[in-house]
Structure formats: structure tokens, C-alpha cells
Design a protein around this ligand. Structure first.
Ligand SMILES: Nc1nc2c(ncn2[C@@H]2O[C@H](COP(=O)(O)OP(=O)(O)OP(=O)(O)O)[C@@H](O)[C@H]2O)c(=O)[nH]1
Length: 452
């Protein structure tokens, strides 16, 4: 059977932005209006006689054949969607409105290109999924992994990396890195992230667009077979990290929309990192002394309870050293509060230097410090630590403003299990011993002032 379309109708249909298609009972195009050239990428002449199904994306073929049959059975479809492979290999999303013309023995259909709409919807769902993940995830490692999976749906990447900057914003370290791509210079991703962290702006690299890059990055980027895209993660404290992607030579090049998407992802991750840092900061402040940054009374009690439980289970020993500065009030009164603060910081620094990592030095308040010694074999071992502390504090302290001061401390010692089986008993014993030592020291000083 021969079909002819009269010129006035063709003129009219060629003005439509949607493509009008006519397909015979055997599934071959017999007519395609001018818009079909843009939509399918073939000329009108090329399409005539082609089997429609051959242009349909393989994954959509089965349901397309079923829909075609349904139309030929007399049902009208007005919102059927499927994907076609254009002549250049790209995918086009099409929404169809179609019916069967019994008189003409033709499927008459109008094809609308909804690719841009589909991409916008996909982008929207990526944005939604990322913001949901950023708010739901408690753990940054988990958030980075989920972000990778979400972004991967939309942006092809053989390499996905999240680098975090140190607090000074100088060094970067990869907190998440998955690289399944073709080998390239191993320095590329670190250099890319460093550059983006320093300039605090997104960077899009393509094999033929590397002008203006710093020389080391340009050299590393010369090994790039596809594209690379990196954007900074910024909080109110500045750049806290960088997200970087790299794709292969067969992937579509990264576009500005891809960069905008990654900027949104980076903002969400930066907010999550900021929240995490604030949480860690608040937790640190709740458990540490602001002046010396040592554990405070609350954290000390917690550590002592844990250490006692362990010592009881393992039948081990532990010791407490209560340290109180002598006549500290006079330092404040004579040299000012700022000098007093510096003295407390210096005492904290010197005593810390006498201890092992497993020991705890805490500031209980004012001029009172306490040392918790774990892994003590003999009570005499605590005496050795105490000697080191006395020695460390014996050198005069430079308080600035030309003030140098010789200080002394009074120390009370309590051993587990001899002096108590629980926290309260041990603290009470060490406290009492410290006051006894202070009283003895005061007596010695006043004795020294007695005439011989
Ligand atoms: N500079 C400074 N002073 C503090 C701080 N906290 C407490 N103080 C002061 O530390 C002093 C402690 O006074 P006391 O408990 O009488 O101690 P002391 O003068 O060493 O007396 P003795 O222990 O009997 O020798 C008080 O003057 C407090 O105001 C602080 O964070 N910085």
C-alpha cells in the first residue's frame, strides 16, 4: 500500500515542535515531520522505512512493543514514555500520544522530546536524596559513601573522592576515595584537590582545556583521558574539603550543569561536616577545661570509674596524685590574673610531660590538678612519677612581663586498692593527704622563719 501526504498537511506538521510520525502495520516509519530530525538525529529520508523498534533503547523495547500492540487494538495512548537512541548514540526521552487509524492502516503518533524535563527531574531527585542523606547520616564516612552512590546515578565517574583540609587549610587528606578508572598520574587528584582548596572555587578539567593551571597540576592533567571536576566544600570557617570526580574517555564530558549539581552536593556535605565539627567542639568543651585544655572534673570522674572497673577485673593497681599549687592566690594578687592563667597553663604543660599517654592529667578547678596513673605495678612507681613532677616544676616559671617565679606544690597520693575501693574513697584519701602535705609545708616555712 502506498501513502502520500499532501503538501499543505506536510507544511503544517513541519511547523510543529513535536514530531508527527506515521508507522505502518509492520512497524516501519512511513512519514516523520521535520521536528523528527532534531529529536531522533536522522534525516526524514533516512527514517522512512526504518523499523521503529530498532531505534528504541533496548531496555524499553518489550514494553514499547506491548504498547504498540495495544494501540493497534484500538486503544489511544496519550502519555506513553520511552527512550530512543539517537543517531549520535545519545539517549532521547520521548513522550508519545498515539492512535491507530483503521482507514489508513497506520499508527499515527506525536513524539515530544522530554529529555530536558527528565534530566531536571533526575537532578531534583539527586538534590533531594543528597540533602536527606546529609541530614540523616550521623557518620561522615557513611555520608560520603551514600553521596557517591547518589551522584553516580546522575554523573558518570570512575573516580569519586572527598578530601578534607586540616584546620589551617593547608594539607588535604582523602577521607573517601574510590578509583576504578584507567590509570593516570597518581598526583592528579591530590593536586586537583589542593588547587581547588586554595582557590576556593570549582575547577573543570578536560584533556584540551588546561590553560592557566599551576604547572604541577597541568603536568599531571596531561595524563587525563576523560574529564575531571572538583568543587570546594565551604563552611563559615572557610574551605573544609573538596569533592572531586574523574571520568573516562567514553563518558560524556562534564558540563556546567554537572558542576552546579556538585556545588550543591558540596554545600550539603560541608554543612554536615560543620555540624559534626560543632558537635565535637561542644563535646570537647563539656569535658575539658578551657584554660589548659585538660580533661575537667567530669571527664576525670568518668576515666577514674572506667580505670577502677578495669583494675578490679584484672586485679591491678592504680594511683591518684592530687596536686595543689602553694600560695597561688598571691600570684594573681601580685602579678594579675593573666599571669596566674599563664602559670596554670605552664604547670599543665610540665606535668603532662612527665606522664605516659595512658595516664590522665585533669584540672579539677582553681589551682587543683589530679593525675590518674594506670598500669602501676608497685605503689613506689607512683613515687617515681611524683619525683619527676617535682623536678619538672622546680625550674622557675617565666610569666612574661619580666616576671620569673619559683613555685611549689603540695601533693596527696592515694593507691587502689589500699586507700579505697571506689572513686569517692580514693579522692577523699588523696585530698586529705594533699591537705596534710600543705599543712606540713606551711609549718616548715613558718619553722624556717623562727629564729635559730
Ligand atoms: N588566674 C587564675 N586564677 C584562678 C583560676 N581559678 C581560680 N583561680 C584563683 O586561684 C586562687 C586559689 O586560691 P587558694 O585556693 O586560696 O589557693 P592558694 O593561694 O594556692 O592557697 P594554698 O593552696 O593554701 O597555698 C583564687 O585566688 C582563685 O581566684 C583561673 O582559672 N585563673
Amino acid at each position: 500500500m502506498e501513502y502520500t501526504v499532501r503538501a499543505p498537511i506536510a507544511n503544517f506538521t513541519d511547523l510543529l515542535l513535536d514530531a508527527v510520525c506515521m508507522v505502518d502495520a509492520g512497524g516501519r516509519f512511513v512519514y516523520v515531520s521535520a521536528a523528527g530530525v532534531n529529536i531522533f538525529g536522522y534525516t526524514q529520508q533516512e527514517m522512512i522505512g526504518m523499523r521503529v523498534i530498532d531505534l528504541v533503547a533496548p531496555a524499553d523495547r518489550e514494553r514499547t512493543l506491548a504498547a504498540a500492540q495495544d494501540i493497534m487494538n484500538g486503544h489511544i495512548h496519550t502519555d506513553f514514555e520511552n527512550r530512543y537512541v539517537r543517531k549520535d548514540g545519545s539517549i532521547v526521552h520521548i513522550m508519545w500520544s498515539a492512535r491507530w487509524s483503521e482507514a489508513d492502516q497506520l499508527r499515527v503518533a506525536v513524539a515530544r522530546d522530554v529529555t530536558a524535563l527528565k534530566q531536571a527531574q533526575a537532578m531534583q531527585s539527586v538534590l533531594y536524596a543528597i540533602s536527606e542523606a546529609a541530614h540523616a547520616s550521623d557518620d561522615l564516612a557513611d555520608l560520603f559513601e551514600r553521596s557517591h552512590a547518589i551522584v553516580h546515578e546522575f554523573l558518570p565517574a570512575c573516580c569519586f573522592a572527598v578530601a578534607l583540609c586540616d584546620t589551617a587549610g593547608q594539607d588535604i587528606e582523602f577521607a573517601y576515595l574510590v578509583d576504578d578508572g584507567a590509570p593516570c598520574d597518581t598526583a592528579l587528584m591530590p593536586l586537583l584537590c589542593e588547587t581547588v582548596a586554595q582557590c576556593a572555587a570549582p575547577l573543570l578539567l578536560a584533556p584540551d582545556a588546561q590553560d592557566g593551571l599551576p604547572a604541577p597540576l597541568r603536568a599531571a592533567a596531561a595524563t587525563l583521558t576523560g574529564g575531571a571536576l572538583a568543587v570546594p566544600m565551604t563552611t563559615t570557617d572557610g574551605v573544609v574539603g573538596v569533592i572531586a570526580l574523574r571520568n573516562g574517555p567514553d563518558d560524556a564530558p562534564y558540563r556546567t550543569q554537572d558542576r552546579d549539581l556538585l556545588v550543591f552536593v558540596a554545600d550539603q556535605l560541608a554543612a554536615a561536616i560543620g555540624r559534626k565539627q560543632l558537635h565535637a567542639q561542644l563535646r570537647f568543651m563539656a569535658l575539658h577545661d578551657e584554660l589548659t585544655r585538660l580533661p575537667n572534673r567530669r571527664l576525670f570522674h568518668d576515666r577514674l570509674d572506667t580505670a577502677l572497673a578495669h583494675a578490679r577485673r584484672q586485679q591491678e593497681r592504680l594511683s591518684l596524685l592530687f596536686i595543689d599549687l602553694n600560695r597561688f592566690k598571691q600570684v594573681n594578687d601580685s602579678f594579675g590574673h593573666a599571669c596566674g592563667d599563664r602559670l596554670l597553663q605552664e604547670v599543665a604543660r610540665r606535668v603532662s610531660g612527665c606522664l605516659r599517654n595512658s595516664d590522665t592529667l585533669a584540672r579539677l578547678g582553681g589551682d587543683e590538678f589530679v593525675v590518674l596513673l594506670e598500669d602501676i605495678v608497685l605503689a613506689a612507681d607512683a613515687g617515681l612519677v611524683l619525683d619527676k613532677i617535682h623536678l619538672a616544676l622546680a625550674a622557675p616559671v617565666d610569666l612574661g612581663d619580666g616576671h620569673r617565679l619559683q613555685i611549689s606544690v603540695s601533693v596527696g597520693v592515694a593507691h587502689y586498692p589500699e586507700h579505697g575501693g571506689n572513686r569517692e574513697e580514693l579522692i577523699a584519701h588523696a585530698d586529705k593527704a594533699m591537705y596534710a602535705a600543705k599543712a606540713a609545708a606551711a609549718l616548715a616555712v613558718s619553722g624556717a622563719h623562727q629564729p635559730a
